[in-house]
Design a binder for this molecule. Structure first.
Ligand SMILES: NC(=O)NCCC[C@H](N)C(=O)O
Length: 404
């Protein structure tokens, strides 16, 4: 069966996550901003929190939880693929000519670690003498680390019409998306089940789109954030590809302020059931503009779509697409709590089934607001996981959900 998902809340059947590892220990006060972190986390505690999260997913849903690193190791038995990923990784520092030496020197498992945690010049110099390394500073990265990899959501998205492979806005995150794409394209569990919707040409694309900006409103409608990370051109191509496939009929473009605390649409709202959403109270006012893509003409060979700038706000769109919409506000109605909890992604809960979510324990007022309307809230410890500025939804890539 093709990989397709038609809601944000159908009972979870399988999901991919990444357990944070050595890449987190690469963060320092000096490189954290560049690597999109707000702080320098304590890895071992972060791993305990993440293990709690994955165990909770398994126990509460019975879902299959795939670990990114295990899947990566399985596809890297293909040496050509490994070589391609290593060369891409080295090209960030314009050192792709070192691919061969590194591959001779490192085992497949060490290469997999280097692809995720990066590798520094002195770590290689210890093992190999090569003139090309002599002019490089010992502490420089040959391959920079990918500490954001545990935010699996952003690297790809499975929609009712098929899968999107992200083209990341920040160069620092592109390797994450490349590796996830290789897993879907080559792993025996997935490779025959993917229906690719983006990029259109099957190659890279200069326009950027990230999974955290894609929210499934229903089988027929998808919302995409035009945000700090996703741009207009990508949304046009994504909308065209989705509409041409035929399942999805409406793609909404939601313009967010280009600000870090609204970096993706899923920091603004999440859908918890057929008529229930959770949002940060100021979020709807922050949405600047909305547009709608629909089919204009399908002449058999080519599909044309049209874009209509809407008068409706984000709230108007949601009310139209989600009958009897009920809205829960983060912070339990208190603006100070809402502000504090938005910083730690209060609205970014992970739906594991209708009215069942996983949420950070630190977002206590939001959790109370959810419980007050009968949502089952499973809490996870969050003092370290939250330092990368993403929540439980950001940390997951659902692969299959029960159809709703
Ligand atoms: N969907 C999300 O909002 N993902 C969170 C990504 C956080 C990461 N540190 C980033 O800035 O890209």
């Amino acid at each position: 069966m093709d990989l397709r998902i038609n809601s944000e809340y159908g009972t979870l059947k399988s999901v991919m996550v990444h357990r944070p590892g050595k890449e987190i220990d690469r963060l320092t006060p000096y490189n954290k901003k560049l690597l999109l972190f707000e702080d320098v986390p304590y890895l071992e505690e972060m791993q305990r929190e993440h293990d709690f999260f994955t165990t909770l997913i398994r126990q509460s849903t019975g879902a299959e939880v795939y670990l990114f690193h295990e899947l990566l190791m399985e596809v890297l038995s293909d040496k050509a693929l490994l070589c391609q990923l290593m060369s891409e990784a080295l090209s960030v520092s314009r050192l792709e000519n070192l691919t061969e030496i590194l591959m001779e020197m490192l085992s497949t498992s060490e290469c997999a670690t280097a692809l995720v945690a990066g590798i520094k010049v002195h770590e290689v110099k210890r093992k190999v003498k090569d003139i090309r390394l002599d002019n490089l500073m010992d502490l420089a990265f040959l391959i920079p680390p990918s500490p954001n990899l545990y935010f699996q959501r952003d690297t790809a998205a499975i929609t009712p019409g098929g899968i999107f492979f992200s083209s990341m806005r920040m160069e620092e995150r592109q390797r994450e998306a490349n590796m996830v794409r290789k897993i879907f394209e080559h792993h025996p569990k997935f490779k025959d089940k993917i229906v690719q919707r983006y990029p259109i040409d099957g190659h890279g694309s200069p326009a950027s789109i990230e999974g955290g900006d894609i929210i499934i409103l229903s089988e027929k409608a998808v919302a995409i954030g035009n945000s700090e990370r996703t741009d207009e051109k990508a949304i046009y191509h994504a909308a065209k590809s989705l509409i041409a496939e035929g399942t999805v009929e409406r793609v909404y473009e939601v313009h967010l302020p280009k600000k870090r605390n609204f970096m993706h649409l899923d920091t603004v709202f999440t859908i918890l059931d057929e008529n229930l959403i959770l949002t940060y109270p100021d979020a709807f006012q922050a949405v600047l503009k909305t547009s709608l893509y629909t089919l204009k003409e399908d002449n058999g060979d080519q599909v044309h779509i049209k874009r209509t700038v809407l008068k409706e706000s984000l709230l108007g769109i949601l009310q139209k697409e989600i009958p009897h919409l009920e809205i829960i506000h983060t912070g339990h109605g208190n603006p100070d709590y809402a502000l504090r909890e938005q910083w730690y992604d209060g609205a970014n809960v992970f739906g594991i089934g209708p009215r069942r979510v996983i949420s950070y324990n630190r977002n206590k007022y939001t959790n109370r607001a959810l419980r007050d309307v009968g949502v089952e809230v499973l809490e996870i410890p969050s003092s370290e996981l939250s330092r990368g500025l993403g929540g439980p939804r950001c940390m997951t890539m659902p692969i299959s959900r029960a159809k709703v």
